[in-house]
Design a protein around this ligand. Sequence first.
Ligand code: F6R
Length: 612
Amino acid sequence: MCGIVGFTGEHQAAPILLDGLSRLEYRGYDSAGLAVRDGEKQPEVIRAKGRLKVLAEKTDNGVAVLGTCGIGHTRWATHGEPSVTNSHPHMSDDGNVIAVHNGIIENYQELKDKLIRKGYVFHSETDTEVAVKLVDYYYKKYEGTPVDAINHAMVRIRGSYALAILFQEYPEEIYVARKDSPMILGISDGESYIASDVPAILKYTRNVYYIGNLEMARVRKGEITFYNLDGEEIQKELKTIEWDAEAAEKAGFEHFMMKEIYEQPKAVADTLNSVLKNGKIDLSETGITEEIIREISQIYIIACGSAYHVGTAAQYVLEDLTGIPVRVEFASEFRYRKPIMDPKGLAMVISQSGETADSLAALREAKELGVRTVGIINVVGSSIAREADHVFYTLAGPEISVATTKAYSTQLMAVYALALQFALVREKITEEQYEKYIAELQTIPEKIQKILEDKERLQWFAAKQANARDVFFIGRGIDYAISMEGSLKMKEVSYIHSEAYAAGELKHGTISLIEDGTLVIGVLTQPELYEKTVSNMVECKSRGAYLMGLTSFGNYNIEETADFTVYIPRTDPHFTTSLAVIPLQLIGYYVSVARGLDVDKPRNLAKSVTVE
Ligand code: F6R
């Protein structure tokens, strides 16, 4: 969903813009571009198809581009194929308005037709060029300020946008506007920064403003003024980002994915400790009181991708511990389903970025229906965090790799903490059980660490499987939820087709795909379901499958059945997802490396999915 950056200050802009874009490349990486302005001169616009390094080479890492004010973009194509012509920045024909954009303009065709009638000519297939020319049109029509022109354009645009715009008559200034696409503005010592996400500017400043929906800003050197949709000036509070700058660097690891896999013990411990006070879970920061907990009649978990997989595991844990019925839904389905919700229900939206378009829309839908909402969110100040009634912040720190690992693990921890507290308050577990569960949760970080220390076997196994054509992950109950995440990790970074199946379902059709050598990974962490899943694994073996078993130490003798076995430390069955997912993340990672792929930036993907 594209990354945008902007800078105006005393330093040369292009190297800062390229550095910022390099930290946003996870948001899109099919083309990139810059517009940099040197004083009053016409901005220089440089665009390149392909990874950011092509643009960096073209500009000698930015050194060849003079000027102290500029905007930059890294693209994930929506309208129009990746090409130089479709790359941002886009500009009006006379260069009066130049902009970069993240989002989707839904009524772009209608606006484009109108502008063509007014004499505008279009060169690209993008919706962004329409936005640029619309702003130019209103700027010239009303002869007002840039804020007036953007304002007029905003009320006509349907869809989502984070726009950073240069106006010919306003050197050293950048104008921004936002609706439903992320954007932060940073400030330090006479310099100002614009970015889609925190890591892009963390090296330069921790002081940021969060621009709200349907708001605009005029960005000058070290000075930012905000406006509402009526063009009136509004005040914003300057906030401090707590993440440390090193967290967004690779720190000696070859890939962010591996670094983030390794950060899991700390991230999980930090998230748990953030709500542990004197050995008890304290939800006061989230605003979820005991009275609220007692009232909940139903929990609706809504999320996308891996966050949805957290929800599928959470469903078992929450229902079992709290007795509250739980429903888990893809945000993209929920939002158009016309859901029937119990007013005493709790909608739990899980999202790392807090900006996923479908999850945000689902949150709004739930609020509209009068249901209390809680966000389990990693990015502080993100849209879902701001709009949810309650927020439980996960402390994963910045997650750069497109494939999530540590955010997923911290989301699980957040869900466990909520489940235990709900169970205690609703008297479904005793104080003694509660304390035992908490003590068990406290051992999870060191158990994850133990798995990481024994990764060589997994590397060997992954190298052997690097040419697999299909992989099936099977399990029952929580093991099915684990299988889903294992399968997604495998396919998204290794491009090997994989599927997760509820183990008992395979024989209802899919088993016809099993042939000699097909890899089937059986997840076996739930004592009550172990034998059932083993039977399903044996059914696959009889049809030629090569079996891997993933189970807890000392529990069972799976080695008689499986061709390759991976053991994880023992824990309470409710919490096994936190451990079982680690070898599966590692296998996905190592298969991707063995196939020589770009682990951190898999093809066609983007980290923060801010379009539908
Ligand atoms: C997969 C992955 C995605 C995200 C999904 C939701 O590795 O990272 O499936 O989990 O796009 O993103 P957030 O959590 O930002 O809402």
